[in-house]
Design a protein around this ligand. Structure first.
Ligand SMILES: *[C@@H]1O[C@H](CO)[C@@H](O)[C@H](O)[C@H]1NC(C)=O
Ligand SMILES: *[C@@H]1O[C@H](CO)[C@@H](O)[C@H](O)[C@H]1NC(C)=O
Ligand SMILES: *[C@@H]1O[C@H](CO)[C@@H](O)[C@H](O)[C@H]1NC(C)=O
Ligand SMILES: CC(=O)N[C@H]1CO[C@H](CO)[C@@H](O)[C@@H]1O
Length: 410
């Protein structure tokens, strides 16, 4: 039974078109439709979640937005990795089978989505969109540090409480996986709490700051995302202890609880190099990689040593920009052809493997890519010949480009 996934998916889909429409318009729809009907139509909620939904229909939108925020941040954090947090369209679960496995990646997905829920619920509260929540009323009057509390201090406590109630209530089992999920949800929620910052404004004659008012606010969600990414890297393999009640570090000499701010997982991850329907790995065939990067996103890492093909794609860019008085910049759209490097499929790389599927040469030579594409090779050669000819005639093949560049510097 895929936990998290179904409600997660429905909420993401459900709220996706709303992100651009007016909240109030949507809320009126919710009330028109009736909270009961709405809540009964979100697939995959457990009984307690349906109850929370009916009692707090306004919060449900933030939960959906929070789940979406988590997905977007996950994809941002992992865009140059073998596992890129890709979602699987038309699967009832957003992440396909990845989250069914108790892997490090699942740990991240749980943490970042529960963090997203805290963030969005708290934000909605600050914007006055939730009937049941106000700005943090404890932050008023004079602070110990001598400034005045003002504005709206964000009520992270409310966001934390609601996210815990809603997201954690999915875990109805008492097994190791449920414990893993609860731990990672906690890490995600705490990440938001840890990254609140003080925002201040000065008042007084010519900015003398005689009076300073401050309020608590949440850091941009990308800060939380980067923090959780680091927690992912320091994730800990755990197992349950003999009593079956506690998660303990798997590779310890004596049973030790995992540190509470580390993500935990129960199963090692696949390498995500080749598609595998059991693990939810999509493989890296066709992924765009960076030929010059030594580390993340490099062709060596992303293509798993299979090598890459170089393709030419046409790209649009702004050119011939002119500054107009006053005050805007007008540009043309130009096109140029750029080289992109995309990972080979295992089949294309078959020469590198012998019959038992083992790699023959550890050095999957990236230059070998040329052998597979004699056509493009010859085309390129022809282009080069043409370029040389043009040069002789005193005209650059890039004459169009250089014109634009000249305009730009005017
Ligand atoms: C993520 O990886 C999958 C599988 O290789 C690929 O289809 C998808 O385009 C990738 N997404 C991004 C944003 O790179
Ligand atoms: C590729 O990696 C290099 C080195 O890290 C970097 O300077 C360059 O901007 C990257 N290129 C792309 C297209 O991301
Ligand atoms: C395939 O290559 C591996 C590694 O080089 C080697 O150990 C293995 O014996 C080879 N198998 C065959 C059938 O050639
Ligand atoms: C592998 C590769 O780059 N193939 C391209 C070679 O060029 C033709 C057009 O001439 C493209 O269609 C191929 O995709």
């Amino acid at each position: 039974m895929p936990k998290l996934n179904v409600w997660f998916f429905t909420l993401v889909l459900f709220t996706f078109p709303l992100l651009s429409t007016s909240h109030w318009w949507f809320m009126s729809q919710v009330y028109a439709l009736g909270a009961k009907i709405m809540c009964n139509n979100i697939a995959g909620l457990v009984t307690y979640q349906r109850q929370l939904c009916r009692e707090n229909p306004d919060v449900m939108i933030s939960i959906g937005k929070g789940a979406k925020l988590g997905v977007v941040e996950c994809q941002q954090q992992f865009k140059d990795q073998r596992w890129n947090c890709s979602t699987v369209a038309r699967d009832v679960s957003v992440f396909g089978k990845v989250t069914r496995r108790a892997s490090r990646e699942s740990a991240f997905v749980y943490a970042v989505s529960s963090a997203g829920v805290v963030h969005e619920v708290t934000r909605a509260c600050s914007r006055g969109e939730l009937s049941d929540c106000t700005c943090d009323t404890n932050r008023k009057g004079r602070s110990r540090k001598g400034f005045e509390w003002g504005g709206c201090s964000e009520n992270v406590a409310y966001g934390l409480r609601f996210a815990k109630l809603f997201v954690d209530s999915r875990e109805q089992e008492r097994d190791a996986r449920a414990k893993m999920n609860l731990h990672n949800n906690f890490v995600g929620r705490r990440a938001v709490k840890m990254h609140t910052i003080l925002d201040c404004k000065c008042h007084g004659v010519s900015g003398s700051c005689q009076v300073k008012t401050c309020w608590k606010t949440m850091a941009p969600f990308s800060v939380v995302g980067s923090y959780l990414r680091e927690r992912y890297q320091n994730g800990i393999l755990v197992t349950v202890d003999q009593s079956g009640n506690e998660l303990v570090v798997a590779e310890g000499t004596y049973p030790a609880k995992p540190p509470r701010d580390n993500l935990v997982f129960l199963e090692e991850s696949p390498d995500y190099c080749v598609p595998n329907s059991n693990t939810g790995s999509l493989g890296t065939t066709g992924r765009v990689c960076n030929k010059t990067s030594p580390g993340h996103g490099s062709c060596g890492v992303l293509c798993c040593g299979r090598g890459f093909n170089t393709i030419q794609v046409e790209e649009e860019y702004k050119c011939a920009c002119k500054f107009n008085w006053c005050c805007y910049v007008k540009c043309n759209i130009c096109r140029r052809t750029v080289d992109k490097h995309v990972c080979k499929s295992p089949e294309e790389d078959s020469s590198q493997y012998n019959s038992s599927g083992r790699k023959v040469s550890a050095l999957a030579n990236s230059e070998s890519r040329n052998q597979n594409r004699p056509k493009n090779q010859s085309r390129k050669r022809a282009e080069r010949r043409k370029a040389r000819k043009n040069k002789k005639r005193g005209a650059s093949i890039n004459s169009l480009d250089s014109d634009h560049r000249d305009n730009k510097s005017l």
